[in-house]
Ligand binder design. Sequence first.
Ligand code: SF4
Length: 238
Amino acid sequence: MNHSDSHNLGFALLAELYAAYNQLAQGQRWACFAGCSVCCQTGRVLITTLEGRYLAEGLRRAGRDDLLRAAAAVPVEPAARPASSFNALARMCLARQEPPPAAGPEAAPGRCPLLQDDLCPVYDHRPLACRTMVSAEVCAPGGQAVHDQWWITLATAFFQLVEAADPAGLFGPLPAVLAAESGAGWESRLVPCEPLPGLLAPPEHQEGLSRALRPVFARPVRGRPLGLWLDEIRSNRP
Ligand code: SF4
């Protein structure tokens, strides 16, 4: 498979995972509405490099290269580097190892550099982190979203799958990923993506998660089930 093929396959897998998550989320009652941008102002958008490329593609298609350049130029403080990716955390938890501590005090929340007039200019290309920022109640500015433990388990599983779809990728804050992808540096604020070591789910959610993910893995991508592609990506890793 050449570079362009794997690039396109990556986008196809990502789009299918986003669509599958959206479909599951659509069956729920959320308080989120267009124009509410409380979650876009928390500065906690962590993405993979594949998601960064998909987002950049959306910005280019929308004629917003200016926003792409501006977001990639936002300085990223060292504390914004995540302690680990989702799959690294899962690997350590499943091996009963202690996860690494955060690099330092948590980075201060901030506004997403892409936000325009309280709307996302690339809504259809927004990363999973933004899709999972849903709340059963309207969030107060500076407050927390409200969702139950099941949605945290489900979102974590999707974060793991999105990471697994980016085998050579990196993971970290949105501006650092966009900068790294444009060759402007900031790789030091990112951590490597890892293969799927197993899903992180508490015992009481494991059966429900298998049930929820079965149709996700069966979704066709280029004529083959999504789960088969993820297996193949995993077995082709160096
Ligand atoms: S990418 Fe879009 S949805 Fe996500 S935080 Fe930025 S403006 Fe909000």
